[in-house]
Write a protein that binds this ligand. Structure first.
Ligand SMILES: Nc1ncnc2c1ncn2[C@@H]1O[C@H](COP(=O)(O)OP(=O)(O)O)[C@@H](O)[C@H]1O
Ligand SMILES: O=C(O)C1=C[C@@H](OP(=O)(O)O)[C@@H](O)[C@H](O)C1
Ligand SMILES: [Mg+2]
Length: 189
């Protein structure tokens, strides 16, 4: 496997910038952007709030898992993951087996600011979104902290974050491709 073919998976809490950074990075690397939310909406023919309202959160999680397990097999992709995707059991290991994983991070105050005013995140569509953000983050923090290299995004312009993640991907893609080649050679013996 060539390092330049290795996928990049962006994970992290809601509002950390995965979709925005992913779009810019895909352009910079020359990869296809896949956003799990967009792919799920396309496949379901419904918006994320509609899926949550009509089918429930567990059904949405099943769709996320299906997208990662079977929905995309190609290389040369930047995958912007929905915030809860990596939290499901086994998903982090699966992502790490498929490519480089980078976790975007922001303070919870920044998350609130960046997500306020959008009705597209049903989990935050509640009377006290900050309380929900705190509770969800506390339950998920241990997974995000283990999810590859952590990149802080508070108060940083998009281009700086993109350049930072690009450097991480370039370095880690070489290690990933080397390990994949070794494993393939061993299997062929
Ligand atoms: N580094 C940043 N600085 C300021 N605003 C940002 C930054 N990154 C993302 N945003 C804004 O925050 C909001 C949420 O970003 P988004 O990419 O949708 O996050 P996620 O996909 O992680 O939920 C968007 O309005 C986006 O423009
Ligand atoms: O954290 C979550 O559980 C969710 C994050 C959202 O994606 P973003 O992280 O891109 O907002 C979206 O998948 C859905 O609203 C649920
Ligand atoms: Mg997103």
């Amino acid at each position: 496997m060539h390092a330049p073919d290795v996928n990049l998976y962006l994970v992290g809490f809601m509002g950390t910038g995965k979709t925005t950074v992913g779009r810019a990075l895909a352009q910079r690397i020359g990869f296809q952007l896949l956003d799990s939310d967009v792919e799920i909406e396309r496949q379901a023919g419904k918006t994320i709030p509609e899926i949550f309202a009509e089918q429930g959160e567990p059904a949405f999680r099943v769709r996320e898992r299906a997208f990662i397990e079977g929905g995309h097999s190609q290389t040369r992709c930047v995958v912007a993951c929905g915030g809860g995707l990596v939290v499901q059991p086994g998903m982090l290991d699966l992502l790490k087996s498929k490519g480089v994983v980078v976790c975007l991070h922001a303070s919870l105050e920044t998350v609130l600011k960046r997500t306020q005013g959008s009705k597209n995140r049903p989990l935050l569509n509640v009377e006290d979104p900050m309380e929900r953000i705190r509770a969800l983050y506390a339950a998920r923090e241990h997974v995000y902290r283990n999810s590859g290299t952590l990149v802080l995004t508070d108060g940083r312009p998009l281009l700086e974050i993109v350049a930072h993640v690009f450097r991480i991907w370039k370095r880690e893609a070489v290690d990933f491709a080397t390990a994949a080649d070794r494993a393939a050679a061993k299997a062929a013996r």
